[in-house]
Each structure stands twice: as C-alpha cells, then as structure tokens.
Ligand binder design. Structure first.
Ligand SMILES: [Fe+2]
Ligand SMILES: [Fe+2]
Length: 293
C-alpha cells in the first residue's frame, strides 16, 4: 500500500494543478516596486471569482472598514496592495486545491475552521506582541496546513486511515502520515508553495510549522507565530487532528523563538489569551463562509 502511494505521490507532484494565471500575474506585478494600484486592480478584475472574493472580504467584519467597498480599485486603495495580493493568493490557492463537490474528502469544514482559526490567532499574536509581518501573517496561518488538503485530495483512502490513526493512537498527524505514507503534510505543503512560486515565507511556514528551529532565520519569527497559533487553534477548536495531548506552550520551539525577540511573552497569560479567542468566533465563521462559498 505504501509503495502504491509513493507512486501516486510522484504523480501528485507531477500533476498538481497549475497556479492560477491571475496569481502568477499578481506575483509578477507585486515584485515590481513601481507597480501602480490600478494595474493591480486591473489584473484582479479580469478574474470574476477573485474579484468577488476580494469584495466579500473587504466588506466583511474581519476588516471593519468604515464604509462599503464596491469596486476592486476601491478595495486596493483601502486595504493596500500587499494585503490585497495576499487575499488573492489565499483564495486562489484554496480554489485550485478544492476538489469538486462529488469527490469524497476528509471533513473539510473542520479543516478550514482550523485553518481560519490559525490565521485569526496568528494575527492576534502579531498585534499583541508587535512582531511578524502584519500584512501577511493571517494568510500564512490560513495556508499552513495546505499539504493536508493535497494528501487527502490525491489519496483520500489512505488519508482517512491516517486521521483515524491519530485518534485511535493519540499520535500527531505528522507521525501518522510518516508511518502510513512515508511523507508528511509539512513537506508536501512546502513543496507545493515552492512549485507555485508563492513568496518564500509561505513555503517556509508550510514546511517548518512543526519544526520551527529548522526554518531559515529571516522567516523564523513568522514561522513561530504561525506555529504557536496552530497549537492554540487546536487547543481551542479541536479542529482537525488528535495531537494536542499535554502541550506546554512555554516549552515549544515557537514560544522560545518569540521569547528571544519579545521577552515579555512570558508574562502573556496563555489561558486568558485562549479564553479571549471566543471573541474571534464570528470572524472565523465569516472567513470560513467566504472561502468555502
Ligand atoms: Fe500542520
Ligand atoms: Fe495546523
């Protein structure tokens, strides 16, 4: 079975859906320092579903903009080019990887709830500690586990077994994936982000969110925030995976990395922080609706 999967995995990597054209164009545009807002808006407007997502997100409670945004140009002006590009990258990735409705998948509601929660919490950590890239951190959290979608999409039968094993044996997803598949979602996720030429920090968060200390130093803070958010999301939402037994936050690699740059983190009351996450419930529900509609 494992050999079978290895062959299939090769095919997955070979035949991964191509990065949507609008994303390639956006990445090229944003790499140009002199790019103008209108040029960016024109690229997005060419893709109706991307434009719709931008408007829905711009008008959501998530951004709390003071008035209604009716055009993509307006959204770019209000939210900034970097933020808009990140929204498009996240939505594009989501759209490219989601299977059609009749295909069997793992519980994708649970999965996206966990992903959205990780994004929301990562943004909260970033604001509270004043570290990390505030324009990108939400989207890094949102896409950190993208490798799971890929593994499930291309080998649903084996991945169902992986999930069952995490519950039955109370082991981490990574451990179950390695045992049953031979490769884990962090490696696969990093690979896809790279293949799609998303900004390097996306690949680093996907690849190192379970092994923060192995991440390149220039992206380590963002990786650490996403990793801590991932763990808090699991504690708070039990979204997806049976691997939260006995985590001591202050002993995690993520916490130690953040402690070096923000020594004050030791005074952060993790239990209060987790408790306060109730206030972000609405945001999570709203983002989830936008992404999955
Ligand atoms: Fe993960
Ligand atoms: Fe996760």
């Amino acid at each position: 079975m494992i050999q079978d999967f290895a062959k299939r995995l090769e095919k997955v990597i070979e035949f991964l859906p191509p990065i949507p054209i609008v994303m390639t164009e956006l990445l090229a545009a944003i790499a140009d320092e002199d790019v103008e807002m209108n040029a960016l808006a024109r690229i997005i407007s060419k893709d109706p579903s991307m434009s719709m997502n931008v408007l829905k997100i711009a008008n959501s409670a998530f951004y709390r903009l003071p008035y209604k945004v009716a055009t993509v140009e307006h959204a770019v002006k209000m939210m900034g080019m970097k933020e808009i590009t990140m929204i498009c990258l996240a939505c594009g990735t989501y759209r490219a990887l989601m299977p059609s409705r009749n295909v069997q998948t793992f519980n994708s509601d649970d999965f996206w709830k966990h992903s959205v929660a990780t994004g929301v919490i990562a943004r909260k950590i970033c604001r509270e500690l004043k570290v990390g890239d505030k324009n990108v951190i939400y989207f890094l959290g949102l896409l950190h586990d993208v490798g799971k979608v890929i593994l499930d999409r291309f080998a649903h039968d084996i991945y169902t077994l992986v999930i069952q094993t995490t519950y039955d044996e109370c082991i981490s997803m990574i451990e179950a994936e390695k045992r049953l598949i031979g490769e884990s979602h962090d490696v696969i996720g990093g690979f896809v982000m790279e293949k799609w030429k998303l900004p390097e920090v996306f690949a680093d968060v996907a690849r190192y969110h379970h092994t923060v200390m192995e991440s390149p130093e220039y992206n380590r803070i963002n990786v650490a925030i996403a990793s801590l958010a991932d763990q808090l999301a699991r504690v708070r939402y039990f979204g997806f995976g049976g691997d939260m037994s006995g985590v001591v936050f202050s002993e995690t690699e993520a916490f130690k990395v953040l402690e070096k740059v923000v020594p004050d983190i030791v005074n952060m009351d993790i239990f209060r922080f987790v408790h306060e996450l109730e206030t972000v419930d609405d945001e999570i529900v709203e983002m989830e609706k936008i992404l999955t509609s």
